[in-house]
Design a protein around this ligand. Structure first.
Ligand SMILES: C[S@@+](CC[C@H](N)C(=O)[O-])C[C@H]1O[C@@H](n2cnc3c(N)ncnc32)[C@H](O)[C@@H]1O
Length: 394
């Protein structure tokens, strides 16, 4: 489990208190039981049951409490993981000498924004923040205001809650160009049923809203439908070419056409373990969903290209984003991934060559992690490799 996958107890307590007040209950177990059914309904609305009329997470006090106690933590940790990768793998850092301008689009109560701010403050302790949440829901914006007011002492924080349509950036009130924009589980909702061209137009308008080194992170559910929509969008961005196009920072390690779209066997998404907070666990006691893994697809785009990856040259098939964890079979460990050469490739390694420490390292690898094998050799089939240098460098 990566240290990034962390949900702060103070946020858990804050949302539990919101639920307690709204439901006039005190006991955490009873609160969780009351929230379970609504959390299940919301869960379906956000993922499998996505429809033109997405369920409103702020429709009534029970729904707000279910969102805050069940989904807010998941959004928070997903956003931490995505921002964490951009820092650790891509070398992103906040600008020096002025506050980081960060915006959460369709941010609701600001889970993704607060996660990004917390993580960046942990890793770059001098950072100050100029934050904005944009959402169409007045209830969500009010929750965001209350939550940031209650946590303000934690970070140097200027904060705005903006009521606007995220799909129409030209109509937003004036905000200084942003360094980091996150749209978590909101873009698919705002553009539901609209053609890819509409999202491309939006992306073009969004470039004007970012600084010359700005980043846009889009998080969406891990469903095949939603992940492939991001894959197609990513291919359209790459094929558009030109100097004013977006650059891919993550998840892709290359700018060739998405090999997963061609193959149809896998779709690009992350599956990450996290320490499930007690309240999520209690709610899930009734729901029995697979909350132990956080699943999501994402796309991180930069107005400038990412810095060169350390440890492997561009197009190097040793560098790979995993599409599976390591699976054991016939004296070998098998992994599948999307590599920096733009291939959907299979990797194996012989167990007899593994020392116990390396075996443990491999066993811990999760879908979506990026590793660089120190040495590989090509096997008979195309896109099939054997790892002979056995150190995965994460
Ligand atoms: C599924 S919720 C996600 C909330 C939060 N970002 C998260 O990941 O937990 C979708 C959010 O997008 C907002 N939203 C959807 N369409 C929007 C639009 N066109 N303009 C502004 N906000 C929008 C909703 O009000 C809601 O807060």
């Amino acid at each position: 489990m990566t240290p990034t996958a962390f949900y702060p107890p103070d946020l858990e307590a804050w949302w539990l208190a919101v639920a307690g007040r709204r439901l006039r209950l005190r006991d955490p177990k009873t609160i969780a039981q009351r929230l379970a059914e609504t959390a299940g309904r919301l869960s379906d609305a956000f993922t499998v049951g996505r429809q033109a009329n997405f369920s409103d997470c702020y429709a009534d006090p029970l729904t707000v409490a279910a969102y805050g106690n069940y989904f807010f933590p998941q959004t928070y940790v997903r956003a931490r993981l995505a921002v964490g990768e951009l820092i650790a793998r891509c070398g992103w850092s906040p600008p020096a000498g002025r506050p980081l301008r960060v915006t959460d689009l369709g941010g609701g109560a600001g889970a993704a924004l607060i996660a990004a701010v917390d993580l960046i403050a942990e890793q770059f302790s001098q950072t100050q923040f100029d934050a904005a949440v944009i959402d169409r829901s007045a209830v969500a914006l009010k929750l965001y205001r209350h939550l940031t007011r209650d946590r303000r002492k934690r970070h140097l924080f200027k904060s705005a809650a903006v009521s606007a349509d995220l799909a129409a950036p030209a109509a937003w009130p004036d905000l200084a160009p942003r360094d980091l924009v996150i749209a978590s589980f909101s873009l698919g909702e705002a553009f539901y049923g609209k053609p890819a061209a509409a999202v491309l137009d939006w992306l073009a308008a969004m470039r004007e809203k970012l600084t010359a080194s700005g980043l846009l992170i889009i998080l969406e559910p891990a469903l095949k439908e939603t992940a492939e929509r991001l894959e197609r969008l990513r291919d359209l961005i790459v094929s558009a070419g030109g100097t004013s196009r977006w650059h891919l920072w993550a998840p892709c390690l290359h700018e060739k056409p998405c090999p997963l779209l061609a193959g149809k066997k896998h779709w690009c998404h992350e599956v990450r373990h996290w320490p499930v907070p007690p309240t999520v666990n209690r709610i899930n006691d009734r729901l029995r969903r697979s909350v132990w893994d956080l699943k999501y697809s994402f796309l991180a785009l930069g107005t400038a290209p990412p810095p060169a990856a350390p440890g492997a040259a561009d197009g190097d098939p040793r560098r790979v984003r995993l599409l599976t964890p390591a699976v054991s079979g016939h004296g070998r460990l098998l992994l599948s991934g999307c590599n920096a050469a733009g291939e959907h490739a299979d990797y194996d390694l012989l167990k007899r060559r593994l020392d116990p420490l390396t075996a443990k390292q491999f066993a811990r690898l999760q879908r979506g992690e990026v590793v660089t094998f120190s040495a590989i050799e090509q096997l008979g089939g195309s896109c099939q490799y054997r790892c002979v240098g056995l150190t995965p460098i994460c």
